[in-house]
Design a protein around this ligand. Structure first.
Ligand code: SAM
Ligand code: SF4
Length: 344
């Protein structure tokens, strides 16, 4: 008999189809827009989900609710020991539309070392963060002198055949907004889609302010002045608005480097189409990056609850997913956790 799937639908009719799993809160970088230089309180090892626990929760999302995509994140996912073992477990999960589409977001610093084993284990797609091409600025923004390793990591990801390899660039006014064209040029030349991300109020040090946000309109206008672009049709639930270079890029129409994306969280929220939910490294379930409430699934799992009981908790949590974040409203409350603790 064919398996039956339930759909996870929130009060606003949005189908939940994408799960972000943070595999660790730790990181080998200290990006200024994410973590403090020192003083992060790391989770105790025993409080972090084991691979078996992650697999069990992920199985419920994929096999019961037909979640199509899982993205591993952190912290920095590649600092978790034996990550390919987890990837191998998750890549075997099959939902109604076939095997789960497994992706990872990484800072790329050790990609050269892990790309092959992650690919062999079943990882399909990677997003690598790269906010600047200037070595000094890279050092300032990440507090690590790792630009060359990240650039090499991007090449390694392409060589092993992750498809696609995308670049995430957080743009902060006064820091790297003078590099929009350089980053666009990098994407065209290296044949990768660069996704420009609006700076969000999720930095641990609380230095975010509206004036530091470079909005989608400005990003596209500046790039368009050098490399004319046009918007591509509707993005569905994907967070990025996508634009194609009118000249087709340097690697042909439709190639990764013939496009850019912008994630306009602040100036043009896409909450109406959001299909995402998140699990933090300690197994807390969140229905929005900016949610102020989370649901502890790991304690439930460790106390011996059945899959049905955990599924009830997931459904109850999804019933609280709000219509959208309130960043531009006076009553916006920053989550108490920062990006690396949430699993961005
Ligand atoms: N360590 C990995 C990395 O940096 O790619 C994965 C985790 S990181 C939290 C996920 C993504 O969130 C990265 O692309 C990072 O640039 C982005 N990010 C972190 N803090 C942010 C902020 N305050 N605003 C916007 N994006 C942010
Ligand atoms: Fe680490 Fe990623 Fe946060 Fe940078 S953005 S500090 S690489 S988790």
């Amino acid at each position: 008999m064919a398996a039956t799937f339930e759909q996870l639908i929130d009060p606003f009719g949005r189908h939940i189809e994408d799960l972000r799993i943070s595999v660790t809160d730790r990181c080998n970088f200290r990006c200024t827009y994410c973590m403090p230089e020192e003083g992060m309180q790391w989770l105790k090892r025993s409080d972090v989900m084991s691979f078996e626990e992650i697999e069990r929760l992920a199985r419920i999302f994929v096999e019961r609710y037909g979640v199509k995509g899982i993205r591993l994140t952190g912290g920095e996912p590649t600092v978790r020991a034996h990550l390919p073992v987890l990837v191998s477990k998750l890549s075997k999960l099959v939902g109604p539309d076939g095997p789960v589409n497994l992706a990872m977001t990484t800072n790329g610093a050790t990609m050269r070392l892990v790309a092959d084993s992650l690919k062999q284990a079943g990882l399909k797609r990677v997003n690598i963060s790269l906010d600047t091409l200037d070595r000094t600025k890279f050092h300032q923004m990440t507090r690590r002198d790792e630009l060359n390793n990240v650039l090499d990591g991007i090449r390694a990801a392409q060589e092993v055949g992750f498809d696609p390899v995308k670049i995430n660039a957080v743009i902060e006014r006064g820091t790297n907004d003078d590099e929009l064209i350089d980053l666009a040029t990098f994407g065209r030349e290296q044949n990768v889609e660069v996704r420009f991300i609006e700076f969000m109020p999720l930095d641990a040090e609380g230095h975010w302010m509206n004036g530091k946000v470079v909005g989608q309109e400005e990003i596209v206008e500046k790039i368009n002045a050098v490399y004319p672009v046009e918007v591509l049709p509707a993005r569905g639930a994907a967070p990025a608005d996508r634009f194609r270079f009118l000249d087709g890029g340097l690697h042909g129409e439709g190639s990764p480097g013939s496009m850019i994306g912008v994630i306009p969280t602040i100036t043009k929220p896409f909450c109406g189409d959001c299909d995402r939910v998140r699990l933090t490294a300690e197994g807390d379930f969140r229905t929005c990056l900016f949610a102020t409430k989370e649901f502890d699934l790991l304690t439930a799992l460790r106390s011996g609850e059945s899959d049905d009981q955990i599924a009830d908790r997931i459904e109850a949590a999804v019933a609280t997913k709000w219509a959208g974040h309130q960043i531009n409203q006076v009553n916006f409350t920053r989550p108490s956790k920062s990006m690396s603790q949430l699993g961005g």
